[in-house]
Design a protein around this ligand. Structure first.
Ligand SMILES: C[S@@+](CC[C@H](N)C(=O)[O-])C[C@H]1O[C@@H](n2cnc3c(N)ncnc32)[C@H](O)[C@@H]1O
Length: 235
């Protein structure tokens, strides 16, 4: 098992079923487990029609959803949970689903992705276009099912008190990048070395961008400094 510490983030290369029980309790789990829909197999018709579908290797990670024990463990070790793909897993009824509307037009990709939560709130929705090459934001793709950074940042706004967030299926580290930018601590676990390396790179870059932003604003007026403070806890 490899462990990397980058600022307030700790990343584990390994199986979350083995690592999660060693971590103790965390305020929140925010995660995007495999839905078990074989997303990486290139069988989705619309994916095959993409002008230049990217080859992310031949990993088996989306052949099946996580074992129920892992879903149960994520709930047992944390106070708050936001679990993407919750409509594919066995989870109890809830008042609050977080809905990401991908505004992706007419194709056989899902129109929305649903995150199950245990939050005592109403259903909430974000529009964030994610349609082939037409994508909101400037995220660089490192993972076949990478979430937009903006969507994960929005998720964190629903758990303002969670100073530390665990993502046991962290892929290329999008939850971690959102945590860095929100000044939260992050614990990520990923099994595939190439995604783990991508997560480390992206999290390091997020810290560097925060430093640049702070340096650029050293002599800035108070209103601009308030913006820089968004990154202060992460530096
Ligand atoms: C849906 S992807 C997460 C993508 C991520 N949200 C992103 O933006 O890059 C799920 C990830 O979980 C990883 N994974 C699957 N089973 C795992 C396990 N038992 N322990 C750790 N990671 C696992 C897969 O390798 C895959 O990268």
């Amino acid at each position: 098992m490899r462990v990397e510490t980058i600022g307030n983030c700790t990343l584990y290369l390994g199986d979350c079923a083995e690592i999660m029980p060693t971590l103790g309790r965390v305020p929140a789990v925010v995660t995007d487990p495999p839905y078990g829909i074989d997303e990486n197999s290139k069988k989705v018709a619309s994916r095959g029609k993409l002008a230049a579908p990217k080859d992310y290797g031949d990993f088996d990670w989306d052949k099946a959803p996580p074992a129920q024990e892992i879903i149960d463990m994520m709930r047992a070790v944390s106070d708050s949970q936001i679990i993407f793909g919750g409509n594919y897993f066995h989870l109890p009824p809830t008042s609050c689903w977080l809905v990401w509307d991908k505004q992706n037009g007419n194709n056989d990709f899902a129109d929305c992705e649903l995150a199950w939560t245990n939050l005592k709130k109403a259903v909430r929705r974000i529009y964030w276009r994610w349609n082939g090459m037409i994508r909101k934001g400037d995220d660089v793709r490192e993972h076949p099912t990478q979430k937009p950074e903006g969507v994960m940042s929005w998720c964190l706004t629903h758990i303002p008190g969670a100073h530390t967030v665990l993502d046991p299926f962290c892929g290329s580290g999008t939850t971690g990048v959102a945590c860095v930018k929100a000044g939260r601590s992050f614990i990520g676990i990923e099994r595939e070395p190439s995604y783990f390396d991508a997560a480390c790179r992206r999290i390091e870059k997020a810290y560097q961008q925060g430093d640049m932003f702070l340096a650029a604003n050293d002599n800035a007026p108070a209103s601009a400094q308030a913006g820089a403070d968004l990154f202060a806890g992460a530096a």
